[in-house]
Structures are given as structure tokens and as C-alpha cells.
Design a protein around this ligand. Structure first.
Ligand code: ADP
Ligand code: MG
Length: 447
């Protein structure tokens, strides 16, 4: 493992236990300067950060490092040093000029995922307006459309576009903050509780670009709306770019304060509609290129014809085929694919009707456990994993809010649900068993 990889892994762990605001504030522009003989030196941008990490996060950092290195690191120290942009093992650059701070937008940096670049976004009739607006914002932030408000149904590429803007501007050196509106709410509430409201304000108001995903969840949260209103104004007055996404237009967000509603309508409102057949096929082709696999045209056509109104599901269907191919070790025939997706057509139209109850029932029967245990308090692994998967699926499949999922699954706190959700989301990438379980469960939901 190189130092950079090690540090990425450590950041990944820390991200799980810190609030987004704290994570971004304190770990931006940190890196490993050197490791030798069980001693690890972390480079930080200034003494302020150094003190803070030593005082507040030392334990968390050490334990994350030890977890990952199997305890081979015994000592961790911090050193003020500008980020080197050359090869990590090379000599330090002989320049005294501070280098421009460029953060490589590698996976999940500041909530941004490298997969969601503009280059990977397929443009068709349904999304061309939103796409053009996103490009305009990225090439002229704060000046073309402010705010940009993108809305559309589930899985149609809102987050992708939003992050595309973020990645593009991050490369140009802008300070970006990407959060979901739930994260914003959560950070705000926690900061007030901890008497750190000022820090929160400073953090959110000091960025060049604020990207808020799924703003509809701000509905009904008065204190958060109030805070967001002021954040919005502060940024807008300074020509800082704001981009929002939502599953519905501003007017249709219930319990949204009038003053926010009117601000959301100040700039540009762009909707994303279902992709047409051609676009769906093009998306599948591009996903195949990304994954470096080839699938017969006939199969792609078939998939594009059964999964019509959700790109995430379309990708899911493709992944299912790839997993199946992996498993059986050969190319699937079109007949086999049709069999696999038998019943999918009805399922797609029934999708909206998956109730939380049905979902939990399916999870219970899949793992052969009972409902009481599933939602109960036991910390046994055989129950914890299905419980966390339930929360993940409830979120993904029913779009329920974190608090309501908490209610459904044994009256748990929404932060527990958020934690479970993020945990499973990551696990799917790294843990074959969990990936397969989630895949099969999803499939069962649509049977
Ligand atoms: P939303 O936020 O609208 O629910 P996402 O942005 O999360 O949807 O998109 C779901 C998945 O579909 C993502 O993996 C995304 O990359 C992919 N996707 C959506 N639209 C497109 C598109 N036009 N081109 C390529 N991939 C897309
Ligand atoms: Mg989204």
C-alpha cells in the first residue's frame, strides 16, 4: 500500500465517524509525509489544523491507522507542510511559493465521487436542459444561473449532474461543499447542540460552491430552513454558486417557507425526464465501457426495453447480468437473460408500491429470522447485518426519510439509520456476500 492509498483508507474510516462539516474542515489537504519504523508523519496545511487534530482527533486517527496497518504504526505526529503535488516519494519541490491547493478528486473526496464526471453522463432528450445548465454553471459559477435547481424522479441522474459540477469546479480550484439536505440538517442541529453554531455558519458560508442534494427533505424543518435561508443569502450576495436538486419542483415541496420557495425560483429550474430508449441503450453502452466489459447488443436492447424509468435500476440490471456471468463463468444467452428478468416488466410498474412492511418481510424470510429480532436490540451479527441491510434498502427502494426508517426499524434514531446506510453502501463495494445479498433482495422486491 502506498502512503496515499493508506491515507485514503484512513480518511474513509474517519469519514464514517465524523460529521461531514468536521471531516471537510479538518482533513482537507492532509496527507502522509512519511512513514518509517512505526512512525507516521501527517502533513497538515496550518498550525490551527495541527492543534485541532492533536487535541480532538488524535485518538480516532491513531485507531483508524492501526486498524488498517494491523498495528504496525506506533506513533503518529503532525507537521505543517504544504501539499506536495509531485510523486509522494520524490524529493520536496525546491520552491518557496505556496503551491495552489489542488485536491485530487479521487473517490469520495468531500462527498464527491469520481464516477460522476460530466464525461460519464449521457445526454438525451430527457436531460439535455439540465445538462446544459449544469455545464453553464460549471463554466461560469455564480454568474450564469444562481441558484440552479434540478429536479426529476428517482435514479434519473440528479446527483450525477450535481457532483459533475462539483468535480469540474474542484479541478479549477474552487472550494466545494457537497451535502445532502439531511446532512445539512444534521450538522446544523449537532453544531447548535455543541455550541458550535458559529463554526457551522463559517464553514457553510466560506465555500465558492454549495451543492445540496435532495433539498426536498428540508420540508417541515423550520429551524433548518431558517438557517439555510441565511446561508443561501450570504452565498448568493457574494456571487457564490448554489445548486440544488430535488425530486419535485420547488412549488411542490410541502411545508417549504415562502421566502425559500421564491429564492429557489430566482435562477434556473431544470427538470430531468425519463430517458428515451435510445438514451437508455447509450447509457448501458457507456456503463459497459466504464466497466470494461462487453455485452451483446441484443441483451442491451432487452434490458433497455424492460427498465424504463430509472437509470439506477438500469445499471442494477446490467450489474445483475455481470454478476450472473461471473458466477456461471460464461456469456449469458438472450434466452437466459429473459428468464432472469422474467416478471420484471410488471415489477417495474409495481415499484412504487413496495411498502416498508413488505420489504422487512422479504428481508426476514431471506435470512430466516423473525420480525421481532430484526427490529430488536440484539447486537448479534446474524441480526445486525440484516437490520442494516433493511435500513439501506428502505432508503434506496422506498425513498423514505432517515427518521421514518428509524421508526420502522425498532424506533431507532435517524443517525443510526444514516450510519447503517453508509456502512452498507460501502460494504457493497468491498464485500461479495453483502453485495450478492442486496442484489438478490432487490430482485425479490420486484418479483
Ligand atoms: P438521482 O440522484 O436522480 O436519484 P443518480 O444521479 O444517483 O440519480 O443516478 C443513478 C445512477 O444512474 C448513477 O449511477 C448515475 O451515474 C446513473 N445515471 C443517471 N443518469 C445518467 C446518464 N444520463 N448517463 C450516465 N449515467 C447516468
Ligand atoms: Mg440523488
Amino acid at each position: 500500500m502506498t502512503n496515499d492509498q493508506l491515507w485514503q483508507a484512513v480518511l474513509g474510516e474517519l469519514e464514517l465517524v465524523l460529521s461531514r462539516a468536521n471531516f471537510t474542515t479538518w482533513f482537507k489537504n492532509t496527507f502522509i509525509v512519511d512513514t518509517n519504523d512505526g512512525r507516521l508523519i501527517i502533513g497538515v496545511p496550518n498550525t490551527f489544523t495541527k492543534t485541532w487534530l492533536e487535541k480532538k482527533y488524535h485518538e480516532a486517527i491513531v485507531s483508524a491507522i492501526q486498524n488498517i496497518t494491523q498495528e504496525s504504526v506506533r506513533e503518529v505526529i503532525y507537521k505543517v507542510e504544504p501539499r506536495r503535488t509531485d510523486i509522494p516519494t520524490g524529493p520536496a519541490p525546491a520552491t518557496t511559493e505556496p503551491r495552489p491547493i489542488t485536491v485530487s478528486p479521487s473517490q469520495q473526496h468531500f462527498g464527491l465521487n469520481d464516477r460522476y464526471r460530466f464525461e460519464n453522463y449521457i445526454v438525451g432528450k430527457g436531460n439535455e436542459l439540465a445538462h446544459a445548465a449544469a455545464l453553464a454553471v460549471a463554466s461560469n459559477p455564480g454568474r450564469s444561473y444562481n441558484p440552479l435547481f434540478i429536479y426529476g424522479g428517482v435514479g434519473l441522474g440528479k446527483t450525477h449532474l450535481l457532483q459533475g459540477i462539483g468535480l469540474n469546479l474542484l479541478e479549477k480550484g474552487a472550494r466545494i461543499l457537497y451535502v445532502t439536505s439531511e446532512r445539512f440538517t444534521n450538522d446544523y442541529i449537532q453544531s447548535v447542540r455543541a455550541g458550535r453554531a458559529k463554526e457551522f455558519k463559517d464553514q457553510y458560508r466560506s465555500v465558492d460552491v454549495l451543492l445540496i442534494d435532495d433539498i426536498q427533505f428540508i420540508a417541515g424543518k423550520e429551524a433548518t430552513q431558517e438557517e439555510f435561508f441565511h446561508t443561501f443569502n450570504a452565498l448568493h450576495q457574494n456571487n457564490k454558486q448554489i445548486v440544488l436538486t430535488s425530486d419535485r419542483p420547488p412549488k411542490a415541496i410541502p411545508a417549504l417557507e415562502q421566502r425559500l420557495l421564491s429564492r429557489f425560483e430566482w435562477g434556473m429550474i431544470a427538470d430531468i425526464a425519463n430517458p428515451d430508449l435510445e438514451t437508455r441503450i447509450a447509457i448501458l453502452q457507456s456503463k459497459c465501457r466504464e466497466k470494461n466489459v462487453s455485452i451483446e447488443r441484443e441483451v442491451l436492447n432487452f434490458l433497455a426495453s424492460v427498465v424504463q424509468n430509472n437509470v439506477r435500476e438500469l445499471e442494477g440490471a446490467l450489474n445483475r447480468i455481470l454478476a450472473e456471468q461471473d458466477f456461471s463463468g460464461g456469456i449469458l444467452s438472450i434466452e437466459r437473460v429473459k428468464k432472469l428478468f422474467h416478471g420484471m416488466e410488471q415489477a417495474v410498474s409495481r415499484r412504487d408500491y413496495v411498502s416498508p412492511k413488505q420489504l422487512l418481510e422479504i428481508v426476514c424470510s431471506y435470512y430466516s429470522i423473525n420480525h421481532t429480532d430484526l427490529v430488536g436490540k440484539s447486537r448479534k451479527r446474524e441480526l445486525v447485518v440484516p437490520r442494516q441491510i433493511s435500513m439501506y434498502l428502505l432508503r434506496e427502494e422506498t425513498q423514505a426519510s432517515f427518521p421514518s426508517i428509524g421508526q420502522e426499524v425498532g424506533k431507532r434514531d435517524h443517525t443510526t439509520v444514516m450510519h447503517a446506510y453508509e456502512k452498507i453502501k460501502r460494504a457493497i463495494e468491498t464485500n461479495e456476500k453483502i453485495k450478492r445479498d442486496v442484489l438478490s433482495l432487490r430482485q425479490q422486491l420486484y418479483m
